[in-house]
Design a protein. Structure first.
Length: 337
């Protein structure tokens, strides 16, 4: 197990969005490593079944709460994951999505300031929009449409990052910001509209595989276990003392708040993923093509040089192995649903 800072010391940790896909895996890992965990969720996209196996753990607490409303808790660390993350869900109520990103960040930062907790913002590769630079490095400012249908999420996350760094500069809050690229694995929702979950469900049911556009657009997919490990390493990386404001994002110092990319640098086309899933599932599904959604990025791949160098982190679960594990999960959930 990787240990850099104080991770071995038991902590009281708040995970907002803790009943979601990534959040539930994070709660599980933190409990396994000996911490007390408060899982906070309003169940807009999170599901109780994701954390039902944790309920009887004496170190686990479950709170139904919306981060757009303030809350008072005593904690050491905060992982702020609360936000719908798939286009279907975040476009359902775009104003609410912006509120979750902005008010949620403000309330969690206020809590971190009051109790002197370290806080992580789960940001996103959507920060980069439809990127003109490839692969995407942390210093790239992005190419985002501020008034499109995806803007509630893209710009909401960008404002949240701004708030985190302003709280650090103005109030000395101990922050971490990670930019999460496409992540997959067990506990993804069947109806989230994401590439891998869509393809797997369609393939297992021998329905046509729906590709938007020509399928030449690229993504990179990181398995959930690798993503959780990366997030913990970022959170545990000790922040050094900074002499001036311009030092805040220089990673050569003893520590840094981010932002830092977490994802798999193996770039694959959407069409190749569809074919791979059909093959692994032994499916009879045919591939059909539909129009490309507005502002859908043509290429998406992280530069993880910073994570490799400073966190000694990189993904280890191969795409094929991760797909096999995820397909097995979906097979079981389809059978029991």
């Amino acid at each position: 197990m990787y240990v850099y800072g104080t991770y071995r010391q038991p902590k009281r940790i708040l995970v907002t969005g803790g009943a979601g896909f990534i959040g539930s895996h994070l709660c599980e890992r933190l409990l396994m490593d000996g911490h007390d965990v408060i899982c906070l969720d309003n169940y807009f996209t999170g599901m109780k079944r994701n954390i039902s196996h944790l309920i009887h753990n004496s170190r686990f607490e479950l709170l139904r709460h919306d981060v757009t409303e303030p809350i008072l808790l005593e904690v050491d660390w905060i992982f702020n994951l609360a936000c719908p993350a798939s286009p279907i869900h975040y476009q359902y109520n775009p104003v609410k999505t912006i509120k979750v990103n902005v008010l949620g960040a403000l309330h969690m930062l206020g809590l971190a300031k009051r109790v002197r907790a370290r806080i992580m913002q789960a940001s996103t590769s959507e920060i980069y929009g439809d990127p003109e630079i490839h692969p995407q490095k942390e210093e790239y400012w992005g190419n985002v449409n501020p008034i499109g249908k995806r803007s509630c999420y893209d710009e909401g996350k960008r404002v949240a990052e701004t708030l985190f760094f302003d709280y650090m500069r103005q109030n000395k809050v101990d922050i971490k910001v990670v930019r999460i690229f496409n992540t997959f694995g067990p506990r993804m929702r069947h109806d989230d509209g994401r590439v891998i979950s869509n393809f797997i469900i369609q393939a297992l049911m021998n329905k046509p595989i729906t590709i938007y556009g020509k399928g030449t657009q690229t993504r990179s997919f990181c398995y959930i276990d690798d993503m959780i490990e990366g997030m913990i390493r970022v959170m545990d990386y000790e922040t050094g003392e900074y002499k001036k404001e311009s030092d805040y994002t220089k990673p050569y110092l003893s520590g840094f708040p981010g932002p830092i990319n977490l994802g798999n640098p193996e770039e694959v086309t959407i069409l190749s993923i569809a074919k791979k899933i059909v093959d692994i599932c032994g499916s009879k599904s045919k591939i059909i093509f539909k129009g490309l959604p507005e502002d859908d990025p043509k290429r998406r791949c992280p530069d993880i040089s910073m994570a490799k160098r400073y966190l000694k982190w990189q993904p280890y679960v191969s795409l094929d192995e991760g797909l096999k594990r995820t397909i097995e999960y979906f097979k079981k959930t389809i059978q029991t649903s």
